[in-house]
Design a protein around this ligand. Structure first.
Ligand code: NAD
Length: 252
């Protein structure tokens, strides 16, 4: 399963699924930019990848800001000559039922999760087209398909990511350009982001997973690696569910 791309930006790469993906791509010889709002953690992750023999740099960016997205892409092109792979993974949650959900909670989640994907894809489109190569994977969620109480902002942002994936898979791709845009939709994965839900539900959700375990960041990272490998060259505009079967039986 060869990964052809030479360099990758992983947003939200300092923690959880992004960190696991950055580490895995680095083991494939990809030069990785660990981009995150949390600069200290991004530096720690990049340093640890380098210690393990990979090539990585840290970059502080708020993906919700177009100027940060542009600066991140500029940094990557200057440092590694191109952006071959973009993993749009940065995400936040602010779960609460509609009556309690503030406009700020809505704006933050939509701006980071969906706006961040838009900003990064817009900033990467030209460099990828010029190099005639690009592999984009957007991190969605099963919440984008099935919803979830208290997740109006989050589920809407992830459904938007699914739509954006399908639109840009058509806009950016051509035989000449060789760009694909896909997504992964994880279920319940053990990371800091899902801690609050796992605490609130006291691990009841695990009983709804046919595989009888929560997912790990590596479970998702391996699917992302597949989507950017040459084995997935003919997959485009798809969002692959990685949830151990959770969404099959859950009563949303
Ligand atoms: N953990 C799950 O169960 C689960 C399920 C479905 C989807 N996801 C999605 O997976 C992605 C990764 O989440 P995770 O679970 O690994 O969470 P995580 O909290 O471990 O990692 C998210 C990272 O994104 C960074 N980040 C937050 N806002 C940012 C911003 N504005 N700009 C740049 N970086 C920012 C954080 O600093 C953090 O390092 C998210 O998009 C999330 O919605 C997670």
């Amino acid at each position: 399963m060869a990964v052809i791309g030479k360099s990758a930006i992983v947003t939200g790469g300092a923690s959880g699924i992004g960190e696991a993906t950055a580490r895995l791509l680095a083991t494939e010889g990809v030069k990785v930019v660990v981009a995150d709002l949390n600069e200290e953690l991004a530096q720690k992750t990049a340093a640890s990848i380098v210690e393990s023999g990979g090539e990585a740099s840290a970059f502080k960016a708020n993906v919700a800001k177009m100027e940060d997205a542009e600066a991140l892409v500029e940094f990557t092109v200057e440092k590694y000559g191109e952006v071959s792979i973009l993993i749009n993974n940065a995400g936040v949650v602010r779960d609460t039922l509609l009556p309690m959900m503030s406009r700020e909670d809505w704006d933050l989640v939509v701006d980071v999760n969906l706006g961040g994907c838009f900003n990064m894809m817009k900033a990467c489109a030209r460099p990828m087209m010029q190099k005639r190569y690009g592999r984009v994977v957007n991190t969605s969620s099963i919440a984008g398909r099935f919803g979830g109480r208290g997740q109006a902002n989050y589920a809407a942002s992830k459904a938007g990511i699914d739509a954006l994936t399908r639109v840009l898979a058509q806009e950016l791709s051509s035989k000449k350009r060789n760009i694909t845009v896909n997504g992964v939709a994880p279920g319940m994965i053990i990371t800091p982001l899902s801690q609050q839900v796992r605490d609130l539900t006291q691990d009841k959700i695990v009983g709804l997973v046919p595989l009888e375990r929560y997912g790990t960041s590596e479970d998702v990272a391996r699917v992302i690696r597949f989507l950017v490998s040459e084995d997935a060259d003919y997959i485009n505009g798809q969002v692959i569910v990685v949830d151990g079967g959770l969404s099959l039986g859950i009563k949303w």
